[in-house]
Every structure is written in C-alpha cells, then in structure tokens.
Design a binder for this molecule. Structure first.
Ligand SMILES: Nc1nc2c(ncn2[C@@H]2O[C@H](COP(=O)(O)OP(=O)(O)OP(=O)(O)O)[C@@H](O)[C@H]2O)c(=O)[nH]1
Ligand SMILES: [Zn+2]
Length: 358
C-alpha cells in the first residue's frame, strides 16, 4: 500500500493548539530540506530510509515501517538518507546532504573518511582534566564550521573538578560563535542543558577522545543504556575505546543521536573556510600579507608577523593556526593528487578494455 508522504513539515501547533505527534520519518530526522529533493510520486515507489549503522557487510537503514540491511556503498555514511529501491537496493538514490563531517583517513592511507552526514549539532566533548587540549578543540570547531554543523563545546566531569573556570575561559576564547557548557554527564545535566539542541527531528553527534563521556551522554539523553561505557585509566585520564562503531540512536520523542568512537587522529582536509572561521582575526590580518600563499613564518611583508612583533597577537595561538593551515593545505593537495591519479588510472583501464574488445 502506498504510504502517505504528504506531511513533511516539522511539527508545529495545529488548529487545536496541540503539538501533533511526530511521524516515524520525522523521528528519524526527516526534514523539509530532504523532502524538497523529491516528489510524492517518487516517495511512493522509493521510500526514504536513513542509514543508522555502517558495517563492512552492509548498511542498516530505517524508514517508516522499514528496518533492513542494504549492500555497502562507499559514497554513503551514517546519517545519510536514501530513497530505497526495493528491487535493486544498491541503486537507491542518495539524497543531497545538509551537512557532512569528514576527515583524512588515519594512518598512511591517502583517502577521505566520511564520518557522518546530516548532523545538525556537533557536541564537541572534552573533560575538565588531562584530556582538555585547546588545539584539539580548535580542530574540532574548524571541522564543524566547515561541515556546516553547529558546534557546542561540552566540558564533562565538572563534578570531579574543583574549579572549572579556567577550562571554560580557554574554551570560550576559541570562538564567540560557540556555546560552551560544563556538566556532569552522569546526572540530569545532559537532559536539561542539551535540550535546546536535542529537539524532536534534530540530529546531534558527540565527538571527542575516548573516555570523555560520549556514551554516557548518549545514554543520558535516551534515559537508558543504548551505548556501552567504560571507566577511564586513572593515571592519564585516557579512555579505553569502548565504542567500536558509529551508530545513530533514534530516541523516541527526542532527537537522533550519533555516538562516535573516540577519534585518535583527526586530520583536516578541504577545511580552509572552517579554519579561517575559527581564526578569523588572523585570517583577516593575512589579507594584508604581500604574498597570497604566505605561510606567515618568515616571508617579507607578512602582516601577521608584523602584528606579532607589535605584541597584538598570541604567539601560541598563531603557531596552532599555522599548523592547521599547513596540515589542511597538505592533505587537500595530496588528496587532489590522488584523485587525479585514480582518474588517470581509470581512463587507462577503460582504454585497455576497449582495445581488448576490438
Ligand atoms: N564523574 C563523572 N564521570 C563521568 C562523566 N562523564 C563520563 N564519566 C565516566 O567516564 C567513563 C568514560 O565514559 P564513556 O561515556 O564511556 O566515554 P566515551 O567518550 O564514550 O568513550 P569511548 O566509547 O571509548 O569513546 C565512564 O566511567 C563514565 O561513567 C562525568 O561528567 N562525571
Ligand atoms: Zn603572512
């Protein structure tokens, strides 16, 4: 039976003044942005499904009355929306994304790893202890800005910390555009403090190192154990990598929550505008450098170094900016090179096949 896909708008008060219940699709995070990419006719034959789990063997997808596994595909990641082709699932149409979080894959692999799609808010999690690292936070905020996701910094384990003020001050200095919250993830704090971002129909993600409390926060929002947690090592506050894969948890009556495994290495790529946004003051200064591609190390006519000499900017922050800039430029160039090499190789294979079939 064809389903009724005509009601795509987010919930609002109806004529009776009551807020109507969410449809199953809306609970999964379906928004007008996705509905606009398709038609009622197309939806009737190929219903929308959301990728909630990515495994080597396949993608778990959920929709209105649908829960199945479709073949894996390299272009899809957790959070993506597909228009499901029942006859040929691998031919399902991937909808355009509202946002995409990606990084350069860890290790020597020259490739991009898609971390999550269609996230509305990225909670960047660190704790008020040895895990706190301002350079890492700047990196995550740049990643979120680039992905067009709203970043919110969460400082967990406030209950174990005598004075959270230095952590808050340092985190807030990263950007005026980012909200910083301190909380005890094991209390009611997450439910009350995160409510403005965790509204029905929204998708949020917890990003951060192992052991900072991402699974604890996920469980707090769902009011039950959906994600496994583990205590950290006491000596260095490092976690044990309890979460082993990315999963989108759909929490009834609330939002969709992505719990990611602690990321050891987060290398930026194609993140020039995200980095520029975090370091907007330095980026503005750089506009006055003599050379377009100035690396602000020793070039003549460097406006950034001039400001440093005058004591107008913080040297440590400048060093962190330069590092991110250099890393992003390097990865973007390396990946572009790899892509063009792959393209050339593909062409060669095609030509060889053509030659053979003659
Ligand atoms: N006291 C206190 N303990 C916390 C808080 N947040 C997390 N914990 C504890 O810290 C440990 C690690 O928390 P997890 O939620 O497993 O951390 P995670 O970020 O999901 O770690 P991975 O899954 O390894 O990435 C658990 O023992 C939690 O109970 C907090 O705000 N206060
Ligand atoms: Zn310069």
């Amino acid at each position: 039976m064809p389903r009724d896909f005509s009601k795509f708008t987010l919930p609002g008060a109806d004529d009776t003044g009551k807020t109507p219940a969410l449809s199953q699709l809306q609970e999964l995070g379906w928004q007008p942005f996705f509905a606009r990419q398709t038609s009622v006719d197309e939806l009737a034959t190929t219903p929308p499904v959301r990728v909630t789990e990515v495994h080597r063997s396949g993608l778990r997808v959920l929709g209105d009355g649908i829960d199945m596994v479709v073949p894996p595909r390299a272009d899809a990641t957790v959070g993506d929306w597909l228009l499901l082709n029942y006859e040929l699932p691998s031919a399902s149409r991937l909808l355009e994304r509202k946002s995409l979080i990606k990084r350069r894959a860890a290790g020597h692999d020259v490739s991009v790893q898609l971390i999550a799609a269609n996230i509305d808010t990225a909670f960047i999690v660190t704790s008020c202890n040895a895990d706190f690292n301002v350079a890492r936070l700047e990196r995550y905020v740049a990643l979120a800005f680039e992905a067009e996701v709203t970043p919110v910094i969460l400082l967990t384990k406030a209950d174990l910390c005598r004075n959270t003020l230095p952590y808050v001050t340092e985190a807030q200095a990263i950007s005026d555009a980012v909200t910083v919250l301190t909380l005890n993830a094991r209390s009611d704090d997450p439910l009350t403090l995160l409510a403005p971002w965790c509204k029905p129909g929204q998708t949020v993600a917890f990003l951060g190192s192992s052991g900072v409390g991402k699974s604890t926060l996920t469980n707090a929002l769902s009011a039950r154990e959906v994600a496994a947690t583990n205590s950290i090592r006491e000596d260095d506050a490092k976690g044990r990598h309890t979460t082993s894969h990315r999963q989108l948890h759909i929490i009834a009556g609330r939002c969709a929550v992505l719990d990611t495994p602690g990321v050891r290495e987060l290398q930026l790529t194609d993140a020039e505008s995200g980095v520029a946004e975090v370091f907007s003051d330095l980026d503005e200064l750089a506009g006055d450098c003599r050379f377009n591609d100035c690396s602000h190390v020793s070039e003549p006519g460097c406006a950034v170094l001039a400001a440093l000499d005058k004591g107008l900017i913080d040297e440590a922050r400048l060093a962190r900016w330069r590092k991110l800039l250099a890393e992003d430029r390097h990865n973007t160039a390396t990946l572009a090179q790899r892509r063009s090499k792959d393209k050339a190789f593909g062409k060669m294979v095609k030509q060889a096949k053509k030659h053979k079939s003659r």
